[in-house]
Ligand binder design. Structure first.
Ligand code: GLA
Length: 731
């Protein structure tokens, strides 16, 4: 049992293996946040203070008491319009046009099993527990149900809210966050992940400043530019020590993370759907479900936090046949051919790949409609027989005949003006009446909130999957969204479209994963523009970035690893000079970087020389050997590639019996000592054999003294060291 309720104190304690979370409904029914941190085994209300702070007003029902203010107390779900001037979680316009909600405790429920959320992705766990706290507006029949899902062993707490209109008149939700959390001041620093197309999830860490800081997306997707995840850590927090708190949102649309350091140096975090362009008419009897946020707290540094997030995403977010299975090694033709291919060219790439041991060919953009460049064809999801003479089935069968699986690229949410679909259904796009739409990569967006659009796409995709033996889809999404307007929604409900778009996408994906359980969907949005846990509920891996440069990828994959497991990271070896940066790195450096993910190739294997071909078979062999360790082991960030001279990471088996250390030394200097790299996660008493040789070192030596990296030559010099625990020392 993880949820304890002390009825007489209305105290709720959520106790996981190493953390504790406490909230309390006080004598006014206000739900206050008492604690999220280490286990205390003590009611933490003794820490509450009641200063008389000027310009922080007092609720009417506290009478003449000047020291009780919602503006200064730590609250569990903050609302606009009740005297708390900090960032709100909930903003409601009431039927009379006023903007206020004053939530007070009404009741609670505890039950076994982690709750689910209709229409939205959520952590699943039959063995989990759920706490629901039902709050009611003091002045109306608006109820808010705060839900807490607890995975005690994993130290994971999820939060989401249901807003329920039990009154008889429609209310308008202007902002509904998944959670707000008031945590005491401890000198927090904020880690977030920013970027742009082909340079996603760059890690940035900065002290909080007084006032509000934010990371968000209003692009309709979670975006390349910010990620729906965050970490707060203490100044002295490192990978291995110190306190940190992290959260990610299971949502793929516009989001907002706001953090406020207030007048009393208290910190509030609010995370959820971005309120800009959002509003929701909640009719009598209706409920609104927020997306879920997933939280953890670690007092042993960032590495523990990442390990918990990796585990919960891999084991309780990802689903389906490929959730834990080793993924096929694939060859994708995009950087090999771009739009310039025919059936023969694709077959020849596959033939070469088959001889080298690749498992699957993925036919990328350009196989359908009149798609010879990126300005046409989207929406026409039937094969272009001029290009693929003999049709798709024939090509798929030939490639299957080579012993390979076949995967295919689609971009269902889009339409090109130069397409049959647009000619027939110009009404299906999102466009504000009387205004020209914004083009992105020449393309427009289908209004996927519409059932008829979802049905059309479902029919196209299911036809594709049933007419040929296709076992993989790369689901792309290549632009940001604006022109929010759905011709099916009345004017006063247009603000619902950004969220309805995401619900439509999830509904379509859910139908497909249910009806085609043997097909793996890989997520993609110009690389990692929709790299979030919402998508990972449907797609166990996501193309991490359109930047395939091995050096840049070390930064992108480093940032990604704070929250997301390695198995989720689609990563390929591509040609040099690299197509995004012009940089030249060795075949082995590219292989090592790509192996820290779900591995594949994205180049013309036919033009490789014999040495490189040999390297391909060797890399595939190593990936197949180490794949289970890479995906199931614990991941350690052994350097920071943004600030250090090397990139280094390792995968260590849960029982510390085996480890794989990989990385690259960025530059070689003359007359320099070799680098030593201190490892982590090993058994200090274990004796470890290095790379199958008779060189044996103790875990303790490797942890404290480190491993000596090879002598380098040139730039981006790759290394890989495999350690096997052969026995233990009794000293
Ligand atoms: C996006 C993807 C690429 C490729 C192209 C095709 O940019 O991220 O991998 O599929 O689209 O147009």
């Amino acid at each position: 049992m993880a949820i304890y309720v002390i009825e007489e104190k209305k105290l709720f304690q959520i106790v996981t293996a190493h953390t504790e979370y406490q909230i309390q409904a006080d004598s006014y029914g206000v739900l206050r946040h008492l604690w999220y941190g280490e286990k205390t085994r003590c009611a933490m209300d003794y820490l509450l203070d009641y200063p008389d702070v000027g310009f922080s007003g007092n609720p009417y029902d506290v009478g003449t008491c000047r020291t009780y203010s919602l503006d200064t107390q730590p609250l569990e779900y903050a609302c606009t319009g009740n005297g708390d001037y900090r960032i709100p979680a909930l903003t409601v316009t009431q039927p009379d046009g006023s903007c206020s909600a004053d939530l007070r405790y009404e009741s609670h429920k505890v039950y076994s099993g982690k709750y689910a959320i209709p229409g939205l992705p959520a952590v699943y766990d039959d063995k989990g527990e759920t706490l629901e706290i039902i709050l009611r507006d003091r002045y109306s029949d608006l109820r808010v149900i705060l839900r807490y899902g607890v995975l005690a062993e994993l130290n994971i707490i999820t939060r989401s809210a249901i807003i329920q209109n039990d009154g008889s008149i429609t209310v308008r939700l202007e902002q509904v966050a998944s959670f707000s959390l008031d945590i005491p001041s401890r000198g927090w620093e904020w880690i977030h992940f920013y970027g742009r197309h082909a340079m996603e999830r760059v890690t940035e860490r900065a002290p909080l400043i007084h006032g509000i800081q934010e990371s968000s997306s209003t692009r309709g997707t979670s975006s390349h530019h910010q990620n729906p995840s965050m970490i707060l850590c203490q100044k002295d927090c490192t990978e291995t020590s110190g306190a940190c708190f992290g959260a990610f949102l299971m949502y793929s649309g516009s989001f907002q993370t706001k953090i406020e350091l207030d007048q009393l140096h208290q910190t509030r975090v609010v995370m959820g759907i971005h309120p800009e362009l959002f509003s929701w008419a909640l009719q009598p009897g209706e409920s609104f479900y927020t997306p879920e946020a997933v939280l953890t707290y670690s007092d042993t540094g960032l590495e523990t936090l990442s390990h918990r997030f990796h585990k919960v995403i891999r084991e309780h977010v990802c689903r389906g046949k490929y959730q834990l299975a080793e993924r096929p090694v694939l060859i994708n033709n995009w950087e090999a051919t771009y739009f310039d291919f025919d059936a023969e060219k694709i077959y020849n790439i596959a033939k070469e790949a088959a001889t080298l041991g690749v498992d699957m060919l993925v036919l990328d953009d350009g196989w359908f409609g009149k798609r010879d460049s990126d300005d046409s064809g989207l929406g026409d999801w039937f094969v272009n027989e001029n290009k693929l003479q003999g049709g798709l089935k024939q090509l798929v069968d030939r490639i299957r005949g080579l012993g390979m699986q076949f995967g295919i690229w689609i971009e269902p949410e889009m339409v090109s003006e130069n397409s049959n679909l647009y000619q027939v259904h110009p009404d299906w796009i999102m466009q504000i009446p009387g205004r020209d739409p914004i083009r992105g990569r020449y393309q427009l967006l289908l209004d996927i909130s519409r059932l008829d659009v979802q049905d059309y796409l479902y029919d196209c995709i299911s036809k594709l999957l049933t007419t040929a033996d296709i076992t993989y889809i790369k689901w792309d999404m290549n632009r940001s969204i604006c022109d929010w307007y759905s011709s099916l929604l009345p004017s006063q409900r247009q603000g619902e479209l950004p969220h309805r778009y995401v619900l439509g996408l999830y509904a379509l994906l859910e139908r497909l994963v249910t009806d085609f359980p043997n097909v793996m969907i890989e997520g993609c949005s110009g690389g990692g523009g929709r790299f979030d846990a919402g998508m990972l509920y449907y797609c166990p891996q996501i193309w991490c970035s359109d930047d395939t440069d091995a050096y840049e990828r070390t930064t992108i994959q480093y940032g990604t690893s704070y929250i997301y497991p390695i198995s989720a990271v689609g990563s390929h070896v591509s040609a040099v000079p690299n197509h995004q940066t012009g940089r030249v790195t060795s075949f082995e450096a590219r292989g090592i970087t790509a192996m820290a993910g779900s591995f594949g190739y994205e180049l013309n294997l036919g033009i490789l020389n014999e040495d490189e071909k040999h390297a391909v078979t060797d890399q595939i062999h190593r990936f197949k050997t180490y794949g289970p360790l890479i995906h199931n082991g614990r991941y350690y960030r052994l350097s920071n590639p943004i600030t250090d001279e090397i990139a280094a990471w390792s995968f260590v088996a849960e029982d510390a019996s085996e480890a794989l250390v990989q990385g690259m030394v960025f530059r070689t200097q003359p007359n320099a000592l070799r680098h030593t790299l201190r490892l982590r996660g090993l058994d200090p008493k274990g004796l470890y054999q290095i790379d199958g040789t008779d060189h044996i070192l103790t875990g303790s030596a490797l942890l404290h003294g480190g491993v000596l990296l090879p002598k380098t030559w040139g730039d981006y010099y790759p290394f890989e060291i495999h350690l096997t625990k052969v026995s233990a020392t009794d000293r």
